[in-house]
Design a protein around this ligand. Sequence first.
Ligand code: BJW
Ligand code: ZN
Length: 242
Amino acid sequence: MTKDGLMDRARRTVQEAQHVVAFSGAGLSAESGVATFRDAATGGQWLKHDPMRLASQQGFREDPDLVIRWYSERRRNVARAEPNAAHRTLAAHERVMNVTQNVDDLLDRAGVKDVTRLHGTLVRDRCNAGCGFEEPIELADPPPFRPCPACGDHMRPSVVWFGEALPAGAWERAADTCTQCDAMLVVGTAAEVYPAAGLIDVARASGAAIIVINTQPSAASGSADLELIGPAGEVLPALLAS
Ligand code: BJW
Ligand code: ZN
C-alpha cells in the first residue's frame, strides 16, 4: 500500500474507534531534543552507557554519584526542552488516553491532563529504602546525592530501574485502559522493555487495532495492523487531523 493509502486507513481506524490509547516511548520526545535509549540517530543512552551501571539498584549501590550526576544532566536537558508537535497533538485530542514509558514532563507541559506513567518521573525524588518519603525537585537545578530526610538512607529519582516493580497501580491502570481500547497508537518505542511492551499484546488480544508510529521498524512491527514510518511530530498531527 502507498504511504498515503496507509495514512488514510490509519485515520479512518482512529476516527471509527471509540477508545484510543497512545502508548509512547522515548521517540515521542526525541524531536524535543531528549535523548532516546536505543536509537543511535537520537542520542541512544544505552549505546553510550551500560544500563546496569546507571539504571539499576546494583549500579546505584556501586557508584551513586555517577548515577545522580547522569540524572542531573538529563534533568537539566529536559528543563530546557519544549513539548513538540507530537505532544501538542496528543494534548489537543482529549479522547486519546496516554500511557507512557517516558519520565520527562513534556506531555504534562503540553497540556495532557491524565498520563499513566509506567516508569515514574524525573520531577520527583524518593527514598531508595522505600520509607515512603518523596518530594518534587527542580529539573533545572537538580539536587546532589543526599540522605533521605526521613530515615537517613539515600534519595534517588522516582523512576523505575531494571529489576524494579512498576509504580503501584500504574500497571493495573494501563492494562485496564489497553484492554478497553479499540485502537492503540504505539509511538516512538523500541518495545523491548517488559512488562511495558506487553501492553501491545494486551490491546491486541482485546481486539484493538495496533498502529505503530516510528522512524524505523521496531519490535512492535510484528504486532502492527498498520505501520507509519516517520517522525512522531509529523505523523501524529497528520493522523489525528480532523
Ligand atoms: C522515533 C523518533 C521520532 C526516534 N518519532 N519514533 C531478561 C533479562 C533481564 C531482565 C529481563 C529480561 N526479560 C525481561 C526483563 C526485565 C526487564 C526488561 O524488560 N529487560 C529487557 C531490556 C530485556 N524489565 C524490568 O526490569 C522492569 N521491571 C520488572 O520486570 O520488574 C519485575 C518485578 C516485579 C515485581 C517486583 C520486583 C520486580 C523495569 C523496567 C524499567 C525500565 N527503565 C528504563 C529507565 C527508566 C528511568 C530512566 O529514564 O532513567 O525505562 S530503561 C529505558 O527503556 C526507559 C524507557 O522507558 C524504556 C523503554 O525505552 P523506549 O521508550 O522504548 O526507548 P528506546 O530508545 O528503546 O526506543 C525509542 C524508539 O523511538 C526507537 O525505536 C526509535 O526508532 C524511535 N524514534 N525518534 C518516532 N522522532
Ligand atoms: Zn527514607
